[in-house]
Design a protein around this ligand. Structure first.
Ligand SMILES: [Zn+2]
Length: 280
């Protein structure tokens, strides 16, 4: 395929040559991760590394990129096929693994190989662990959707420039943000129980996360898409309804957070996460 033609309608907006050299690690290939991966592929990112242990069920079809014929397949395999269908030159490293079975050293290797981490699991301890392992190493984007899709948050971090994910999460809790939904702690997995939410409301949060991911990959270039980040405001609240901080539907609000005194980001790089992960 002619890459000039592929990017003809991005002319002057992105930097495909720069993006073609980038590798992005996406952990979580559900309603946020599947769309986000496709946005990054269509923007010209060179390599996507996908990690998710889940298989596709019928309940996924109303708010992911998957189709009925994918039911029963590992999400990473179906997503790889879709991504390669968009761009045959895209490198995809797809692994159907559960991060709970992977030790810190291996996860850190995946992170170190990448230019950006996108953490979009619905498993709070995994989000916190990825944050602790990545903070001193690569920029990262964390996205989450609130109960019933009323809105969501996108947090981005860059080593030494921003507070870490856990610092920001503490500030969000203090601000009395809407609930992220009910955890099924009764069966002790810590997984968020799947909540009703419209796919379009999840997608609103996903689009913002994808734009922030692109901006992080394009930092230092003149591309307009690189110019949206201010390290002093590293959390974006995306509204789908009115209430809390949203005066109007579809309002987005950037917020500041400061580093906390007792936080994983105060650890030296390379520290173990084993004793640090607390439930957000
Ligand atoms: Zn921190």
């Amino acid at each position: 395929m002619d890459t000039t033609d592929f990017h003809a309608r991005h002319e002057g907006l992105l930097d495909p040559a720069l993006l073609g050299k980038k590798r992005v690690l996406i952990v979580g290939c559900g309603s946020v991760g599947s769309y986000l991966a496709l946005f990054l592929a269509r923007s010209g990112v060179g390599t996507l590394a996908l990690r998710d242990h889940d298989h596709i069920s019928v309940t996924n079809l109303c708010r992911t990129t998957y189709t009925e014929r994918d039911v029963g397949r590992p999400k990473v395999d179906a997503l790889k096929e879709q991504l390669r269908g968009v761009r045959g030159d895209l490198e995809v490293d797809a692994r159907p693994v559960d991060l709970r079975d992977v030790d810190d050293d291996e996860v850190r290797t995946w992170i170190d190989e990448s230019d950006l981490l996108v953490a979009v699991t619905d498993h709070p301890p995994t989000q916190a662990r990825l944050a602790a392992l990545s903070y001193h190493h690569v920029p990262a984007v964390f996205a989450g959707v609130y109960e019933r899709g009323t809105g969501g948050e996108v947090i981005w971090t860059a080593p030494e420039e921003t507070p870490c994910y856990s610092c920001v999460l503490g500030a969000i809790r203090d601000a009395d943000a809407p609930s992220r939904g009910q955890s099924d702690y009764g069966i002790a997995t810590g997984q968020l129980a799947s909540e009703p939410a419209l796919g379009i409301d999840i997608l609103h949060v996903t689009v913002c996360a994808a734009k922030i991911a692109l901006a992080l990959l394009l930092r230092g270039s003149d591309a307009p898409a690189a110019q949206v980040l201010d390290p002093s405001r590293s959390v974006l609240f995306v509204g789908n309804s009115t209430g809390w901080i949203w005066r109007e539907p579809f309002e987005t609000v950037w917020a500041r957070a400061t580093r906390r005194e007792r936080c994983v980001c105060r650890l030296l790089p390379g520290g173990s996460t084993a004793d640090l992960i607390t439930e957000p």
